[in-house]
Design a protein. Sequence first.
Length: 220
Amino acid sequence: MKRALALLAALSSAALAADHPEITAQGFSPDGRYHLLLTSWLQDGSGFPAAALQITDVKRNTIAYRRQQIWQQDGANQATLDTLVGRWRSAQAGVLARYGLSEPQPGERLFKVAPLPMLDYPSDQPSALNTAVGRLELSTRPLPSGCQYSDRPTRGFALTLAGRDLQRDTHLPASRGCASGYSLETAYRYKSALAVIVRVYSQGFEGPDVVPLVVTGQLK
């Protein structure tokens, strides 16, 4: 019976699988000019290990550098993923040094929101959090896109800090695909730099993909 229950639990977990990149590392350059986010995951469907590294210009809230890597390796587990990502990050040493991110400064975490249950999408209603640097408010609205493979309407978002826009979508970037929901996950500050991590929900292979998106800005 115990073996049958264990097998059922394993099958249930597989059935609820979706891409959910985990934050492997994040931090700021010593001058607070750039922010680094490194994520890794096992791809839904293929099971291939994958990782993404993004460097954001904090003041401009624009991507300065981004690279994604997928290893076509069957049977990978978390230990395999950790090893591959560690080697891959080391191979990016020149890029990291260029942006002062060889040893990123983690900063102060302002909050952390528990993830939604598997298969759930966030509400379309606005959400807000009071933080040490002001009130963060996240709202979404329908925006057209070229998405052809989603059962839900695509949406953009706006993020404000104490009433000041950090980001306000006027169109849905192609890189965001079939984004149909957003939720706050966490935020960090370092000196006058701020990085807020928003999760983007879109239709995946066996459930919603939940991908991190970084919004940056400078504190006044």
